[in-house]
Write a protein that binds this ligand. Structure first.
Ligand code: MEV
Length: 291
């Protein structure tokens, strides 16, 4: 029987989270764990139990059955809901012979994220998941950069966080302390611009990640468990480490020499956290071979 299976990658912010909300530049990257979604035409309503998937079917105006297999931890800041929406829309697009282009899929996925998350969504997550690779964000523009390979370790603190709340917290902080927070947001933008000039120098990128992490701490989006993971990764030999995404929990990333990846992952795991090593996923959403 004909089915359509599509997969979409997760994402990390290498530099510039929160600052991008204020129009400063940032760099995000698609990473290897993917979400796989299989859609089959069916008159029966699907039982996805996910508001994202329900919205994808509503948006496309069709009914079908759906099976999701995610390798990405959810609610950890790695863009899993965006990957689910992008892969589901693409699978429906294929199975039902709709002719939406990837740009339209990215826009629809963003609209779905906004609706389900009641207003707050990241256009970066849906763009990165649709197109893959490295994405430079500035203001409302998002453009793909030439790919670079980095040895990254992702540490998941397993501390639940809420992106909307963290974005709100930075807004409050900025309102209360404009003369401190505005230069900090500018400095984060400068860190991103400096990183753009050193994309092949992992050591330098590590230094810049350390600076970015400290600046995010000033904005109040740090978390003791994330700091613990960041310090453990650095002590195990990472070039640098920082929180990634909204903060207040969620995930951190470390950039490492290749031979130290498993040592860094082990150091993170010894802090009651999960870790996996990863690198760039240059492909965005893609069709999988049916089994
Ligand atoms: C969340 O992954 C990143 C933030 O900068 C929000 C956004 O970019 O929409 C905090």
């Amino acid at each position: 029987m004909k089915v359509a299976t599509w997969s979409a990658p997760g994402k990390v912010f290498l530099f510039g989270e929160h600052a991008v909300v204020y129009g400063k530049p940032g760099i995000a990257m698609a990473i290897k764990p993917r979400v796989f979604v299989t859609v089959r035409k069916s008159r029966m309503a699907h039982h996805a139990k996910s508001p994202y998937i329900d919205s994808c079917f509503d948006e496309m105006g069709v009914r079908g059955s759906v099976y999701v297999n995610s390798q990405l931890p959810s609610s950890s800041g790695l863009g899993s809901s965006a990957a689910v929406s992008v892969a589901t829309l693409s699978a429906i697009n294929d199975e039902f012979g709709k002719k939406y282009r990837p740009e339209e899929i990215a826009d629809m996925a963003f609209a779905i994220e906004k609706k389900v998350q009641k207003g707050r969504a990241s256009p970066t997550d849906t763009t990165v998941s649709t197109f893959g690779g490295l994405v430079f964000i500035t203001g409302t523009s998002r453009r793909r950069l030439p790919p670079h390979h980095f040895n990254l370790v992702v540490g998941n603190s397993l501390v639940q966080h809420n992106t909307a709340k963290m974005v709100e917290l930075v807004a409050e902080m900025k309102k209360t302390n404009p003369r401190i927070c505005e230069p900090v947001l500018d400095a984060i933008g400068e860190v991103t611009l400096a990183a753009m000039h050193h994309m092949t120098d992992a050591q330098k990128l590590g230094d810049l990640m350390n600076m970015n992490h400290a600046l995010l701490d000033v904005l109040g989006v740090g978390h003791p468990q994330i700091s613990r993971l960041v310090l453990a990764a650095r002590a195990a030999g990472a070039y640098g480490a920082k929180l990634t995404g909204a903060g207040g929990g969620g995930c951190m990333i470390a950039i490492c020499p290749k031979h130290l990846k498993s040592r860094v992952a082990g150091a993170i795991e010894s802090c009651e956290a999960r870790a996996f090593s990863t690198s760039i996923d240059t492909e965005g959403v893609r069709k999988e071979k049916d089994a």
